[in-house]
Design a protein around this ligand. Sequence first.
Ligand code: ADP
Ligand code: MG
Length: 274
Amino acid sequence: EGALPRPARRRVLTVANQKGGVGKTTSTVNLAAALAVHGLKTLVIDLDPQGNASTALDIDHRSGTPSIYEVLIGEVSLAEAAANSAQSPNLFCVPATIDLAGAEIELVSMANRETRLKEALSAEVLDQIGVDYVLIDCPPSLGLLTVNAMVAAQEVLIPIQCEYYALEGLGQLLSNIELVQQHLNRELSVSTILLTMYDGRTKLADQVTNEVRNHFGETVLKTVIPRSVKVSEAPGYGQTVLSYDPGSRGAMSYLDAAKELAERGANEKRSTSA
Ligand code: ADP
Ligand code: MG
């Protein structure tokens, strides 16, 4: 399969939206798989105690497995917790176990509570693995875990579901990103918006798509992810849709989205800030 262009420099993207069920995890694992099968070394960080990204990538995440929780509290290094996914030799994942559920509270009393993930994602460690892309799958909240993800990243990727109330809560997300920019991470920008679960049979889906494009312009990827049963079935088999049904519309659209993402990275094009 054809290779995608390597980024001008390593890209760390946080996939965030405090709304649940908008396609954060689905987009994280499928974009990561698409980048990896096209030659780019990609690391997924599962930062949601639910561990859905770990499940989709078939990475062991029973309690006690070295995971992002042990990384955040400083017990193991990121390299020790990163496991190779069977889906590609280029695809790695630091899993989340249920132990992460307590981290949001444990972190409050810790030193450098906002920067612990950034410190763990040091250039040395990432060079050691040779990572081109890091994708961080956030929980559905704007708590300390998501703040850690925003501090550790250069870019935010926001998945938006083509549904009613799609833009509700987005203002809050953007103002949180702005706060992180001002106080913790000057480099952060919203580089990418991905429209997910598009249902072409509804007028509403087109209305939402237009509204989001009018509002965010070039930041929105041209590729829209369709609602597809294959996409939702894949994690049940410990797979991404790229391995589960490579010829499906869902797989092709995530591949197209990954291409756009990689091409933007190769050109160092960063359109919008929050
Ligand atoms: P989040 O991580 O934002 O909570 P998920 O990625 O887990 O959202 O998606 C929520 C639900 O929607 C999951 O059951 C997932 O399988 C399903 N889903 C996500 N994207 C699609 C899609 N393109 N087509 C059909 N179902 C999808
Ligand atoms: Mg999720």
